[in-house]
Design a protein around this ligand. Structure first.
Ligand SMILES: *[C@@H]1O[C@H](CO)[C@@H](O)[C@H](O)[C@H]1NC(C)=O
Length: 251
């Protein structure tokens, strides 16, 4: 009684092949799930769909098929009595899931790239207006990261705003954290970064030299100076050429 039912599903496959336009559609999906590095919680599923409806599924944790529809119940019953098939599917957890997981771990998930970190002042404080500092981490992988502001080595949580980890589109990420604070002399500000690429948290001190706006002002000033010198030199050369030319031309 169960066997013809199974054959019926086999036939459905054939119908799907020959009458694509208005036939039936059946497909199965192999699914591996794990959340621990040692794969101790790995689970393998073979999910069978018929006309887009999930109707039966092999669950490696249970070691058998479970049904979701009336039709699926009959298939589950049939396949669960096929010891060789159940044994084959039970082995897929090692052959498919654990085997591929090791490849994914070694080629993607275990790879780490440390961030390039910059701590700088982006806005100078004046009087009661707080200064704005920015701690940026660039070009790191994987995405998970933690930035913590430190004042004299103690974590600061207030007046901190951080961006989300932003994808650069090339597997790398960047993140930025801002700290508003009233500068006090002698106070040491730093940014602590925790990331999978580090064996311990890394601390970066605020670069006290020049802020970004100061750098811009210096750059604009310097460009202006260079431009002025060039124009003056050009003018001088032009003037010299003109005056000497006048002398050389005979009347
Ligand atoms: C597979 O079976 C286990 C044990 O009953 C259960 O905990 C788990 O949720 C099942 N998986 C799915 C995807 O249904």
């Amino acid at each position: 009684m169960l066997r013809p039912n199974f054959l019926c599903i086999g036939l459905v496959f054939l119908i799907a092949v020959f009458y694509e336009a208005d036939g039936y559609h059946s497909y199965s999906l192999d699914d591996c799930t794990y959340s621990s590095r040692d794969l101790s919680d790995a689970e393998y599923l073979r999910i069978v769909y018929f006309n887009k409806v999930k109707h039966v599924q092999f669950n490696s944790t249970l070691g058998k098929f479970v049904a979701f529809t009336k039709q699926g119940w009959r298939d589950a019953d049939y396949w669960n009595n096929d010891a060789a098939y159940i044994q084959q599917l039970t082995g897929e957890i090692d052959r498919v899931c654990r085997h591929n997981a090791q490849i994914y771990f070694s080629s993607i998930l275990d790879k780490t790239v440390p961030p390039k970190v910059r701590v700088r002042s982006v806005k100078k404080g004046s009087g009661t207006h707080p200064a704005v500092l920015m701690c940026s981490a660039y070009s790191f992988y994987p995405k998970v990261i933690k930035l913590t502001w430190l004042k004299d080595g103690k974590p600061v949580t207030s007046d901190v705003t951080s961006t989300e980890e932003m994808a650069d589109g090339d597997w790398f990420y960047q993140v930025h954290s801002h700290l508003e604070h009233i500068p006090k002399s002698g106070e040491k500000i730093s940014c602590m970064v925790e990331h999978a690429s580090f064996t311990k948290p890394m601390t970066y001190d605020l670069d006290p030299s020049v802020s970004e706006s100061d750098t811009n002002k210096i750059a604009i000033g310097a460009s202006g100076l260079v431009l002025g010198v060039i124009l003056a030199a050009a003018g001088l050369i032009y003037y010299k050429k003109k005056s000497t030319g006048r002398i050389l031309v005979p009347h």
